[in-house]
Design a protein around this ligand. Sequence first.
Ligand SMILES: [Zn+2]
Length: 267
Amino acid sequence: MIDTHCHLTFPQFVDRVDEVMANAAAAGVSQVITIGTSSPDARACQRVANAHPCVWFSAGLHPLHCDDPNDWNELRECARDTRCVAWGELGLDRFHRTPSLEHQRGALHEHLGHIVQWTDQGLAKPIIIHCRDAFDDLIPILKASGLPPARFVFHCFTAGPREMQMLLEFGASVSFTGVATYRNAPALREAIAMVPLERMMVETDAPFLSPEPVRSVRPCEPAFVVHTARAIAVQRGLAATELESILDRNARVFFGLPTPDPAHAAS
Ligand SMILES: [Zn+2]
């Protein structure tokens, strides 16, 4: 399987990436994308990706990090690396009170403007969106950017049917975390039932959001993505192996990942 979104550069994984990737391989997770949250973090992601044949990375400015040091030119330079498979994560977060929404909006507009420019410079990449309690604000902004809707994935979708309808009408893909396995999320389950299978992906968002039945295990690791896929397979009435191969194919096509090389299965 593929974990399309985790943060191997976060403090929980310092000096543990080898072990975490070995755990992933043992669970059948053969490819992982580690997500940048600012230009210094994207550089760190790049180092991890270049040290591990099963790891790819993204470059972007996270809305909750929009007041952190960030250099747009550095982000663009990171993205010239062939192991950089996406822009992001970027977006809006109305759940947390800082940074202010005004700062988040400013950073988002700047970021989308750069992505349009970088696309013209030959750096067309998929775009990973962080959207928390902000669908009504964010979707019109993404539409106005003029970037093709099919290039966007809304990661860690935890909202309900209304927001899913907006996302699907916009034309983006959607990715689910361990939250999809929690019993206390009936609106999310309803939303999951609405998604065309070809627009669905899974992720861990590790070190956060461990799925059931390993919810109490901290930190969450890429290996745990298999639990989220299994829970969704049950919800959608599919065999786990059938859904896994659909999710893997979706992620490979969306991010342009190669078919995994068995020789590197444990790296
Ligand atoms: Zn993330």
